[in-house]
Design a protein around this ligand. Structure first.
Ligand code: FAD
Length: 396
């Protein structure tokens, strides 16, 4: 059976925002209205950055907590996320827990992040609405070490020892995830640290993905080389007898990648155009679905067309909508029209929910604000849908 485009109505705002009360809906409208102003985001993020750097975090935290933080984050502590994830669960939407603290460099911080992730895994085990925990490996080991490994440079003796500690730390997390049958998503970051992340996730998958997908690497399809990497990795995993786990994204560090490539004089690894990124992204979906027994794919996107391509393909191939190897994910506060309409139609859908103290998740919030102003059309659509629902509820 072929799904017609109209089988899923991503414009259905009643289902999309059913989980939000009137106050939350109007708050979201207010925030998206503000973020829509490019100049305001630029000025706001620059002021917030300066205040944070000079130790004036209090006013930034006070300003962000009831506004942008409330829209995009689950809360300071794990326990604070329960109410929201239970609410998502009522509408068939799962939660991906994301300890949003970034940019730490000390052994003490790495240990803290490890404990937080282990806590999140235990917490997820007890909560039926949470089955995935995600992690940034730069929160667990030094960026500098990853950069050196990426370039095949030799580590110093002390770096060797730090790396060994980090590997043990990461393995403890992966083992806990496997024991509790909670999936662990490893986020992708800059291309200049990706190779060691690929190697690490591959060896973890070899150990823990024999029966079911526990470990997921992230594939950024805005990078010219990643589609073929993905295809090869799936083939290699098949040969070795485990399921490759892949969260597929377009990629969030485009400007940073271009800037570094220019500075260092190498070819920009990013696709030449958005069209090329889209083509590789949709090809990755097709490849994943065609090899569904060998790979588990999380389609992590706010792009409606990519979601439609995936839902159509699943139905054309007679693959059940809730197949354990395929799921859709969007960030909390964004594209509810995709997540909640996908779930309503029987597909597996989740929300990425960052949590952590406000002052520690500010880099994440700034990225959300910047991403939404720089991607043309995206914010307009978000705002239009919220406004449509406000009108439907006669809240004007
Ligand atoms: C659940 C979830 C998890 C995520 N995890 C990660 C992660 O681990 N690592 C990460 O890097 N990102 C991650 N992201 C962010 C993601 O990479 C994208 O930045 C974001 O989702 C926007 O892309 P899109 O597919 O939603 O939609 P679209 O709006 O269709 O695409 C926008 C994206 O297209 C690409 N693009 C835009 N213009 C051009 C151009 N001129 N040339 C080439 N490419 C272009 C960029 O990647 C841009 O972000 C995640 C997103 C989601 C929803």
């Amino acid at each position: 059976m072929t799904t017609r485009k109209s089988d899923i109505d991503f414009d259905n705002t009643e289902y999309a925002f059913e989980y939000k009360n009137n106050f939350e809906l109007k708050r979201a409208q207010f925030i998206f209205n503000l973020i829509n102003f490019n100049w305001l985001v630029k000025a706001g993020t620059s002021i917030a950055n300066k205040m944070m750097q000079s130790g004036l975090s209090f006013p930034v935290v006070v300003g962000m907590r009831p506004t942008i933080y409330a829209v995009f984050c689950g809360g300071d502590e794990l326990e604070d996320t329960v109410e929201i994830s239970n609410n998502f669960g009522k509408y068939g939407v799962n939660t991906v827990l994301d300890y949003g603290v970034e940019g730490k460099e000390s052994e003490q911080d790495f240990k803290k992040t490890e404990n937080e992730i282990l806590k999140a895994i235990e917490f997820a085990k007890k909560n039926k609405n949470i089955s995935i925990v995600c992690s940034k490996f730069t929160g667990l080991l030094k960026m500098e070490i990853l950069e050196k490994l990426n370039e095949n440079k030799e580590l110093t003796i002390s770096e060797e020892s730090e790396y060994k500690t980090a590997i043990e730390r990461i393995d403890r997390i992966a083992a806990a995830a496997a024991k509790n049958e909670i999936s662990l998503f490893v986020d992708a970051e800059e291309s200049w640290i990706q190779k060691p992340l690929d190697d690490l996730t591959f060896s973890l998958m070899e150990k823990y993905n024999k029966k079911q997908p526990i470990i997921y690497n992230t594939i950024q399809l805005y990078n010219k080389s990643r589609l073929s990497f993905f295809k090869n990795a799936v083939e290699m995993a098949k040969e070795k007898g485990f399921i490759y786990g892949a969260k597929i994204v377009r990629g969030a560090y485009m400007e940073k990648e271009a800037k570094r490539a220019k500075q260092k004089g190498y070819e920009n690894p990013i696709q030449k155009s958005k069209k090329d990124t889209d083509a590789d992204y949709n090809e990755a979906i097709k490849f994943g679905i065609a090899h569904i027994n060998d790979v588990a794919v999380c389609i992590a996107t706010h792009n409606e067309e990519s979601c439609l391509i995936a839902t159509q393909l699943l139905q054309e191939k007679g693959i059940k909508k809730n197949h354990p190897h395929i799921h859709f994910s969007q960030l909390m506060g964004m594209s509810d029209n995709l997540t909640f309409n996908l779930a309503k139609n029987g597909f597996v859908a989740s929300k990425y929910m960052p949590y952590g103290p406000v002052k520690d998740v500010i880099p994440y919030l700034i990225r959300r604000a910047q991403e939404n102003t720089s991607v043309s059309g995206q914010m307009g659509r978000e705002l239009a849908l919220i406004s449509k629902e406000i009108k439907r509820r006669k809240l004007l």
